[in-house]
Write a protein that binds this ligand. Structure first.
Ligand code: KG4
Ligand code: ZN
Length: 424
């Protein structure tokens, strides 16, 4: 059995010594063993990762059946589903790693952004383990985790780099300047691309048990991507923001105009009807990804003006597991003499590995909380951050009124990092 060389008792002094001198780019073998827990949306995930990058275990329990039945995530039901499986998922992760809680160096858990009912399940579990076994705990930003997992996959990936984060709830273009320091170049003004994939799949009567994205990707291979003339969103806006609500509506209208009965599942539809659906799927995917390509192209120019040393574009989040998306973005990146870093699909969709790894990166800089009390006070308010921006919006010659207007519950991760650096 693997035994961590750093016991929880000497952990704090060890990391605080390190954090004074080590930059976030320095990778070293320090034998941390971290449990990562993720419950921000519809997957219950846990993993154990060692600080040399070895993934000791990875377990994901998906709520795909629920999603297929209700056509989307219902927070109360998702919370119940997380509660039912969380103990087993964490136990399986420990068993597969051939470890017990006592062998861990720390616990990392997603505290936001996400659905608070769901986040709470993971955070309570993490705090319970950390309290009983007196382990430090790290509260992780879900989108930072999608970004940083690329540094686990590509150990040469140094800050600064660019990241395109594409999932069911987020569509972000960021400049990752350092650990905890992100500049937001673009975000969606309405829906994320994953939401557009999911709704299009639902309206096309596809089997949603693996979520809508993979279903559309598969069907699109059989269709003619030029057959339906969808327009590319936000052509007239020369910025790096995204919009997918209009494209969703275009898909819905195309389905109605071709008299496709979405009530009939794809497998029961006539061959002719199946071909029409494949054409819509392929045309949708072409335009959805063209929108990504255009925004990435501009964002690369912006980012290089700010940080000319950038060499990589990371593409992560559930939609980054799509092969067509990867191939098209590969071309954009190559045209701009950058390299594409795309984690393997199992690390693009929500997972515990990215949470554990982000925990490790933060612990190395001394960013963690002490073990919680074994008996939490009854009025204990958990630190959950359902709406939590990753960084400040890049203004580039215009006012930042949009971000000021946006009702925020929490200051961005970057603002918090800067504030804590000023204090120390
Ligand atoms: O990152 P993720 O697992 O969860 C969120 O944080 O949202 O992303 C889930 C999203 C879903 O919308 C799903 O349909 C999409 O990622 N997705 C895909 C593919 N695999 C997952 N979209 C397109 N193609 C795929 N192969
Ligand atoms: Zn995600």
């Amino acid at each position: 059995m693997f035994k961590s060389s750093i016991s929880p008792a000497n952990f704090k002094s060890y990391t605080s010594n390190c954090s004074k001198n080590l930059g976030a780019n320095l990778v070293f073998n320090d034998n941390l063993v971290v449990l990562g827990i993720e419950t921000s949306c519809d997957d219950t995930a846990a993993a154990v990762v060692r600080s040399d990058g070895e993934i000791l275990s990875q377990v994901v329990s998906s709520q795909a059946e629920l999603l297929a039945r209700y056509g989307g995530v219902a927070p109360k039901m998702a919370e119940e589903a997380h509660s039912q499986v969380i103990d087993q998922v964490v136990q399986d992760a420990l068993d597969k790693a051939n470890l017990t809680e006592a062998d861990l160096s720390a616990v990392a858990v997603t505290i936001g952004p996400g659905l608070s009912l769901c986040l709470r399940v993971g955070v309570q579990k993490a705090r319970k383990i950390a309290a009983i076994y007196q382990l430090p705990i790290v509260g992780v930003h879900h989108m930072e985790a999608h970004t940083l997992v690329a540094r686990l996959c590509d150990r040469d990936l140094q800050f600064p780099f660019m990241a395109l984060l594409i999932s069911g709830g987020h569509n972000l273009l960021v400049l990752a300047r350092d650990l905890g320091h992100y500049l937001q170049l673009g975000t969606t003004i309405d829906d994320a691309i994953g939401e557009a994939y999911d709704k299009s799949a639902k309206w096309l009567g596809l089997d949603l048990r693996r979520s809508g994205g993979p279903a559309i990707e598969e069907l699109a291979r059989q269709g003619d991507a030029q057959s339906v003339k969808f327009s590319v969103p936000m052509k007239q806006h020369k910025d790096c923001n995204f919009s997918y609500a209009g494209l969703k509506t275009q898909v819905k209208l195309a389905i109605e105009s071709k008299n496709i009965d979405a009530g009939i599942p794809f497998s029961s539809a006539s061959i002719e009807d199946q071909c029409l659906r494949a054409d819509i799927a392929a045309s949708f995917q072409r335009v959805a990804v063209l929108h990504l390509e255009e925004r990435c192209e501009r964002a690369i120019q912006w980012a290089l003006e700010i940080e000319p040393s950038i060499k990589h574009l990371v593409v992560s989040g559930g939609v980054a597991s799509n092969q067509y998306v990867r191939a098209r973005l590969h071309e954009v990146v190559a045209r701009n003499s950058l390299q594409l870093v795309c984690p393997p699909p199992s690390l693009c969709t929500d997972n515990g590995v990215m949470i554990a790894w982000t925990g490790i990166e933060n612990i190395r800089l001394g960013r963690f909380d002490p073990p919680p009390p074994v008996i939490e006070p009854e009025d204990c308010q958990l630190d959950l951050r359902p709406r939590w921006p990753l960084g400040e919006e890049y203004a580039r010659g215009r006012s930042v009124a949009r971000s000021v207007r946006t009702a925020r519950i929490h200051p961005s991760l970057t603002a918090l990092t800067q504030a804590s650096e000023c204090q120390s």
